[in-house]
Write a protein that binds this ligand. Structure first.
Ligand SMILES: Nc1ncnc2c1ncn2[C@@H]1O[C@H](COP(=O)(O)OP(=O)(O)O)[C@@H](O)[C@H]1O
Ligand SMILES: [Mg+2]
Length: 339
């Protein structure tokens, strides 16, 4: 697009502490500094050195940033910037003060608490809302971007202490023309939350994410993932062949309507599964609100805050990653071309 004029400016980020150390990269909390003492807390994701040199990983990382740059939705973690400093690429994004769903569930177990059914349904309804938006995303000319997240799993769903639910990590998302398509060669995604198509190395479409959202819902309701097996291959096998149980028999309080939602989300045959995220969203919202007042961002926020009250170390910190950064990395960075 032709620009009116351009602004060239400099960003500086001071890394404050490590939020998460994953296999492929690290997520830090950082301060973005501006003139006259302006400070904004952000999250910075940096790819690991050993992967940064691998073209495929780097392409995915950069592809993620470019792909999600314009995804602006309350249920998706917002990306601010893709930067490069001394050859290291990083993504600056909205800082979520909260936990991911895996940490949330870990804390539930630790405290011997049970997640109320309506809150589980509410959480997944927000995920479905974010997915509906991402799936429908088009480029400037109205062509579908064909986004499929492909890694909808508890670790990639953030729960802010304010109650907002946000989908993150589009690192292996598939989008036409933006990410390398590895389908048929490499299986990406967390094995026990994969759709049968993914587990079977098939081409995926948005319905794949709906299956994964169904696995997350079942996981929240039961407190465990029914497909989890001793290793990734065994989990994939279960996803492909294990009879889908009647959830009413596995947990108290699941009624016929909720069972039906799970059944449709977890249908292996694509024709039987929800066709669109909006349909799943509608059913989940109908489930919690048809009788009147239902769960809200506020009730979820309160639940999350109470769950983590007096929990010790900063709750945004993953277990075992509290150490202070020895090298207070300074990422001096020249802003990319015109705003
Ligand atoms: N914007 C953010 N704000 C706060 N924490 C975040 C943010 N993004 C990610 N995290 C934390 O870091 C973890 C890993 O981030 P993610 O983007 O999923 O990277 P990976 O590719 O390593 O899975 C998440 O599960 C979450 O706990
Ligand atoms: Mg992740």
């Amino acid at each position: 697009m032709a620009s009116l004029f351009s602004i060239q400016s400099e960003f500086r980020y001071e890394i404050v502490h490590k939020i998460f150390e994953g296999g492929m990269g690290m997520v830090y909390e950082a301060e973005q500094l501006g003139p006259r003492g302006f400070v904004k807390r952000v999250a910075i994701k940096i790819i690991r050195q050993k992967y940064a040199t691998q073209k495929l990983f780097l392409e995915n990382f950069i592809g993620e940033a470019k792909l999600v740059a314009d995804l602006i939705h309350t249920n998706i973690v917002q990306t601010y910037h893709l930067g490069e400093a001394r050859g290291v690429f990083f993504i600056a994004m909205e800082l979520i003060r909260g936990v991911n769903l895996e940490q949330f569930q870990h804390q539930l177990r630790l405290r011997g608490r049970k997640l109320p059914i309506e809150l589980a349904v509410f959480i997944v309804s927000r995920v479905a809302r974010g997915l509906a938006y991402a799936h429908a995303k088009t480029d400037g000319r109205g062509h579908s971007l064909g986004i499929v997240h492909r890694d909808v799993s508890p670790k990639n769903v953030m729960l802010a202490f304010e109650g907002d639910v946000k989908l993150t990590d589009f690192g292996i998302a598939k989008a036409r023309g933006l990410l390398q398509d590895q389908e048929g060669e490499v299986v990406a995604g967390k094995a026990d939350y994969m759709s049968p198509e993914q587990a079977d190395f098939q081409v995926t479409d948005p319905r794949s994410d709906l299956f994964s959202a169904g696995v997350v819902l079942a996981d929240l309701l039961l407190g465990r993932n029914i497909f989890r097996a001793e290793d990734a291959a065994a989990s994939r096998q279960r996803i492909l062949t294990m009879p889908i149980p009647d959830f009413r028999a596995l947990a108290e309080g699941i009624d016929e309507r909720l069972e039906r939602i799970l059944e449709r989300a977890l249908a292996r045959r694509l024709e039987d599964r929800y066709a669109r995220a909006e349909e799943l969203l509608y059913d989940l919202e109908y489930y919690i609100y048809h009788a009147g007042y239902g769960p809200t961002t506020e009730t979820l926020g309160r639940f999350n805050r109470e769950l983590f009250a007096e929990a010790g170390p900063a709750p945004t910190t993953a277990p075992g990653s509290t150490e202070v950064l020895e090298h207070t990395a300074r990422l001096a960075h020249r802003a990319a071309p015109p705003l």
